[in-house]
Structure formats: structure tokens, C-alpha cells
Ligand binder design. Structure first.
Ligand code: WTA
Length: 668
């Protein structure tokens, strides 16, 4: 386990050379006069928030949300790191996302344009979506779900996912979404940790033109005694055969479909838990990140409006994230609907049935705001700009990026090919690179598209009301032109309220590294202008295609295979996916090295234990692993090997012949 002490191998200071290249970046793209003139927020927000941070957030909370009972205190920080925002206030998230827009006369506005992978489509107006959520709320209540109960959600990107989340929020049940790409085993551990009472799933979904299954994983996850699940609601999506557990399983159409469309939303306490979302940390066990209601909704709504310059009457917004990740929670299920926006939801992969699918969707729905991840952008770069050029992308006016650092080349390509409609547009759309985490709940660092002159590759500035800093090993602010660790100095409304069932781990993970500061786990640099550049994780967390995975989690999956004695995993730089999983394994004495066969078997084993996203790209069978005298694996040296570099300083190894042994075994 990583004790995060200065200089430990678990947390290396960010490397300088990455920044040397970045610091030469001097291109700037100021907002056009027209964009700035019509922008929903102005530069004045920074000064206003600086003058009185809580007052700024109190104003946003009252302007952007409808409270059934006003709050009496904006922030209670008397017991750090346990914050309470909007104390005494009562609010219903679903009412804010739905009913109030209908009451305000916007019932006919489209809330969701759904595009299924096979090409089927559905449109929900705000009035229709409100009705569906009311029915689902009634159905879940009829299955015995009450306020505070946990509901596990294992669904593809279909409207029922949003409906389920909002129905839970409406009745005060706490949802825990598990990404559909996670395995039965990963699902089981999350259901058990949260002690879920209900599971909502689907028979399956479509992946690259083929039906794929989800329900069997739920059946497997519940195939042990002593679990807490009483009912499973199943959406029929692709009509494949499913095993059926009479009494426990219910078709969505029979329960939700038959439920009453009358349901009155009541306010819940501002600090009532809204959801748990599991994410990878530095240990093998995923952490259940807990978010509550009032602060989460406030910061989500504010950032969605300000960072994307949202004009809800005219914009069509599309965030490509899956609802299984935090981006799909904050910027698909909650903020866009709270803000009354019209959004696109797409079920499938970008290359189905062909590599131009996304751009056809943009043209078809006239998407004006697109929010996606650098991995996707780099993939499109590889496929070539002729593909997006076949579609009319002139509707796009704001582009967002999230999940991993975006390299300047990808940034420029995104701007010119997508934001510039392949060169056909005189003024390309501004790009907002947004830094945040599952833990922060909402965006924290990003330019404002009508205010900031953007810089390729940099997330640049903390948002109004957010106190981000870059500090050295001792927690001192670094001067411009220097690198260090990204921290957050003041509490923020959407901050996590803890780790489900483990308050000590919450303190230790985020608040113990630096006194009175939240430590994000990221390395960062400030350039000469004071703009922030994110340099990737400094702990044992990897970022594969914008998805968080922990080295320890994959290592423990590998050693659970009978042929493996020891394993070490590193994230190696990868041109498309940002990082790729590279595993070094020592086989047990009695295991036979069958070359490719054992490698394939181990890759499948990881897929079964965690999910296909965790499958190592490369597995290297080695005779030894580099360890310090205290037995800690020196991943830094393995990373050098995985990235094809000369191996760095190995003087602290217990056995200094190990690296040579590894090199010899890899040459073979
Ligand atoms: C990384 C995703 C650079 C970072 C919203 C963070 C980024 C982790 C950016 C959180 C960005 C996210 N630039 N790095 N714009 N956005 N990251 O919890 O390392 O899935 O700590 O939340 O992704 O990943 P998570």
C-alpha cells in the first residue's frame, strides 16, 4: 500500500520534460466579439466570487434551483473535512430537473433525443420525461424502496438510465450506478458494499452492431446467499432470452409501465445523500464516493451553464459519456435537465455502423455543444479528417474536453476539424478543457468560453468560486513556471461528502497529505501566465481512455489466478488511449509458461474479474520484480521498461541485478 510520504515511489513529483514542451505553447484564441457579447456569464463573476465565495454560491443556489425550503446557512465547515452546504434547505432533484420546467410552460421542449445503436430513435419532451419518472418513482416505491435505500443501476445508455436515476432522487433513494462494462464480480462487490435493495438492469444492449447481454451478470452477482437485493427490474432492450427468477425479477414494462403517473415530489434535506459512485483509488478496493443533494446540484447547474455557455432555448447539447461514470451523472442525468436543456443521448460506439456515426448524429440533431474525451478525439484523428468532413458540423459552437490531459495536437485538430467544420467555418468554436474528478462532483478548472483566451492543452483557470492551487512537497504554493501537486484549498459545493461506510479512509485519502487541503492525486504545473496544465496522476491510479483504474486492483485480479505468483501493473504512455495497462507477472513454480496462451488466459481472467476495460494491453512474464529493501515494487522502473526508455536510477533496489534479469527475459 502506498504511504504517501514525500519521495516515496508511490507518489512521484511530476516529470519536468513533459512540461518543457508544453511551456512553449504560446498560441491563444480569444473569444470572438460576437460570442463574448452573447455569453451567459462575464468576467465579473471571478471578482464577485472572490469577494465572498459562500455568498456567490448561495446566489447560484437560489437562482438556478427551486427550493421547497430555503436554507439558513450557506456553509458549515466547523468539522472539516466534513462539509455541509445550504444547511436547513430542502430540495427535490427530480422536481428541479423536470416538473418545474413543465410548470413554467416548457413541457413541450425536447429533453432527450435518444439514438439507439441500431438506428431506432425516441424523443422525450420535458412533459413526457416527467411522466416517466413519476411512474418509475411509484413503481420503485411499490417494490418497497423508501428514502435512504440503495438502488444499484446496471444499464446501457438508454433513456431508462436517466429515468431511473431521477426516480431514485425523487423518492430519496440513493442510486449506485455500475458501468455496464464492469464484470459480474465487480457488480457483486458494489451491490454488497452498498447493500442495495433493488437492481435496475436491462436484458442487454447493442455493441458494434451485435446484441450484448447485461442480465446474466446480474444473475451471477446475486448467485450467493446473504445479499440484500429483493427485486430486479429489467428493461427489455434487445429482446434476447434471459433467465427469470420468479418473484424477484420484474419487466420494466410491467412495473413502471403499469404504474400511476401521479407522484408528488417532496423536498429532501440539502445534505440528503443523492448517490454513491464507485471509483478506483490506490488500493484494490474501489471507493464508494458519496454525493449529497443541494451542493451537487448547485455546482453542476452553474458550471454547465457557465462553462458551456448554455442557452437552453436554442442549444442542443451532447455529452458522449456513459451514465456509468461521473460525467454521465453530472453532465447527462442532472445538470442539463436542471438547466432545462435539450440533449442527445447515444447508445453505441462511434464506429457503428461506420466511423462517421457521431458526425451524422451532430448533423441530424444540429448539436451545438459537444462534450467528449481526448481519447475519442485522438481516435478520430487516426481515422482521418475526411470522415467528419462528410457531415455538416456548422451547428457546433462550443466544444468540451474531459477525463485526461488533452495534448495540443489533439486540441488543434478538435478545434479545426470539428469546431471549424473542417475549415469551412471562419471562426472555429471555442474549446473548454475541463478538469475535475468523481470526487469533485462537478467541473473545477476550465476556461469560460466567452471570457478566457484559450490555450491548446491547458485547462487554465479555476472556475469562479473554486480555490485550486499547485503546491510543492511541503504544501507551499509554487511560483509561476513551476510544477507540483494539485490541491483544493477551500470547500466547494459539489465536493464528495465521504466514502460510503468509511469516514477514516475519506480523511486519510484526501486530507492527510497536506494540512487543510484536499489532495487531488494529480500533478500540475503553472505556466508563466499562471495557467494550469494537468500532468496526470502522481499516485497508483491509471487513466485508460479517460477511465480510472488502479494498479492495485488489476494486480489483485492477476494474483487471484492460480498460475500467478506476483504481479505489478503500470500505466504506460499510449498514443490513443493516453495510458495502456502493462502487467509484469511472475508465474508460480509449478505453472508452465505456455507463452501466448497463458498471456491470453490472464487477460481474459482480468476481464472476468473487473471488466473488459481493465484488460492489460501487454502482459510480460518475468523472473523477478524490482523491489526496494522494504519490499515496495518500484513501478517507476517498470514504467521505463514498458515505455521503452533506458531504466532510471535503480540504486535503492534490494537486488540490483533484477532489472538486468528482466531485460534478458524480455529479449528472449
Ligand atoms: C483526470 C472524470 C487532465 C485526472 C471527470 C483526474 C483530467 C481524473 C482532466 C479523474 C482534464 C480529468 N485534464 N486530466 N481535463 N479531467 N482528468 O474520477 O487525473 O473518472 O484526477 O473523473 O481524471 O477521473 P474521474
Amino acid at each position: 500500500m502506498s504511504q504517501q510520504t514525500p519521495g516515496s515511489t508511490a507518489m512521484q513529483a511530476p516529470q519536468g520534460d513533459a512540461f518543457e514542451n508544453l511551456s512553449q505553447e504560446n498560441r491563444r484564441f480569444a473569444p470572438s466579439a460576437e460570442f463574448a457579447a452573447n455569453a451567459v456569464v462575464t468576467a465579473g463573476e471571478y471578482a464577485e466570487a472572490d469577494a465572498d465565495r459562500p455568498a456567490f454560491w448561495a446566489k447560484q443556489a437560489r437562482e438556478l434551483l427551486s427550493w421547497s425550503k430555503d436554507f439558513t446557512q450557506t456553509l458549515d465547515w466547523s468539522n472539516p473535512p466534513f462539509a455541509k452546504w445550504f444547511v436547513g434547505g430542502e430540495i427535490n432533484a427530480a422536481y428541479n430537473a423536470l416538473d418545474r420546467h413543465v410548470e413554467a410552460g416548457h413541457g413541450d421542449r425536447v429533453a432527450i433525443y435518444f439514438e439507439g445503436e441500431p438506428g431506432d430513435t425516441r424523443t422525450y419532451t420535458y412533459a413526457q420525461l416527467t411522466e416517466e419518472v413519476k411512474k418509475a418513482a411509484n413503481a420503485f416505491e411499490s417494490l418497497g424502496v423508501t428514502k435512504g435505500d440503495r438502488v444499484a443501476v446496471y444499464l446501457p445508455m438508454i433513456p431508462e438510465a436517466v429515468i431511473t436515476l431521477l426516480a431514485c432522487a425523487r423518492i430519496g433513494a440513493i442510486h449506485s450506478v455500475v458501468f455496464g462494462g464492469f464484470s459480474a464480480e465487480a457488480l457483486r462487490s458494489r451491490i454488497d458494499d452498498a447493500e442495495a435493495k433493488l437492481v435496475v438492469t436491462a436484458d442487454g444492449t447493442y455493441r458494434r452492431g451485435k446484441p450484448s447481454a447485461l442480465k446474466p451478470a446480474v444473475d451471477d452477482a446475486l448467485a450467493h446467499d446473504g445479499h440484500t437485493v429483493q427485486n430486479v427490474v429489467v428493461v427489455k432492450r434487445n429482446g434476447q432470452d434471459v433467465d427469470w427468477h420468479e418473484g424477484r425479477d420484474h419487466w420494466w414494462a410491467d412495473t413502471v409501465g403499469a404504474a400511476s403517473a401521479e407522484h408528488t415530489a417532496v423536498g429532501h434535506d440539502a445534505e440528503h445523500p443523492l448517490f454513491i459512485l464507485y471509483t478506483s483509488g490506490t488500493t484494490g478496493k474501489p471507493k464508494g464516493i458519496l454525493h449529497t443533494t443541494g451542493g451537487y446540484l448547485t455546482q453542476g447547474a452553474y458550471t454547465h451553464k457557465a462553462v458551456f455557455d448554455l442557452h437552453p432555448e436554442t442549444d442542443v447539447y451532447w455529452c458522449t459519456a456513459d451514465v456509468g461514470w461521473i460525467t454521465g451523472h453530472s453532465y447527462v442525468a442532472y445538470a442539463p435537465l436542471i438547466n432545462g436543456a435539450t440533449q442527445v443521448m447515444y447508445e453505441g460506439t462511434p464506429d457503428s455502423p461506420h466511423q462517421g456515426r457521431w458526425w451524422e448524429i451532430v448533423e441530424k440533431y444540429k448539436v451545438s455543444i459537444l462534450y467528449t474525451a481526448p481519447t475519442a478525439i485522438r481516435t478520430f484523428m487516426k481515422w482521418g479528417k475526411e470522415i467528419p468532413a462528410k457531415s455538416d458540423l456548422s451547428s457546433i459552437r462550443v466544444l468540451g474536453s474531459v477525463g485526461e490531459p488533452i495534448n495540443p495536437e489533439a486540441w488543434m485538430w478538435y478545434r479545426e476539424v470539428i469546431g471549424g467544420n473542417g475549415g469551412r467555418k471562419q471562426t472555429p468554436a471555442p474549446i473548454v478543457d475541463t478538469w475535475w474528478q468523481t470526487e469533485t462532483g462537478a467541473q473545477m478548472i476550465a476556461p469560460l468560453p466567452g471570457v478566457t483566451a484559450t490555450k491548446p492543452g491547458s485547462a487554465q483557470v479555476p472556475l469562479p468560486g473554486i480555490a485550486v492551487d499547485v503546491v510543492d512537497e511541503l504544501g507551499e504554493t509554487v511560483p509561476n513556471g513551476h510544477g507540483g501537486f494539485l490541491v483544493i484549498r477551500e470547500p466547494w459545493p459539489a465536493m464528495l461528502r465521504g466514502i460510503w461506510g468509511d469516514p477514516e479512509r475519506f480523511k486519510e485519502t484526501y486530507w492527510s497529505r497536506f494540512e487543510s487541503m484536499y489532495f487531488a492525486g494529480d500533478g500540475a504545473k503553472k505556466d508563466e501566465d499562471g495557467d494550469i496544465w494537468l500532468l496526470g496522476r502522481v499516485d497508483d491510479v491509471m487513466n485508460i481512455s479517460g477511465h480510472r483504474l488502479s494498479t492495485a486492483e488489476i494486480e489483485s485480479a492477476l494474483v487471484s489466478h492460480p498460475a500467478v505468483a506476483e504481479a505489478a501493473v503500470v500505466g504506460a504512455a499510449d498514443e490513443t488511449t493516453g495510458q495502456a495497462v502493462v502487467a509484469f507477472v511472475i508465474l508460480r513454480g509449478d505453472a508452465v509458461d505456455t507463452g501466448d496462451d497463458i498471456v491470453q488466459e490472464l487477460r481474459n481472467h482480468v476481464s472476468k474479474e473487473i471488466g473488459p476495460i481493465a484488460k492489460p494491453k501487454t502482459i510480460l512474464v518475468v523472473p523477478e520484480l524490482p523491489k526496494t529493501r522494504s519490499g515496495k515494487i518500484m513501478r517507476r522502473l517498470l514504467k521505463d521498461v514498458a515505455e521503452g526508455r533506458e531504466v532510471g536510477d535503480a540504486t535503492t533496489l534490494a537486488d540490483n541485478t533484477v532489472m538486468a534479469q528482466i531485460a534478458r527475459s524480455l529479449k528472449k
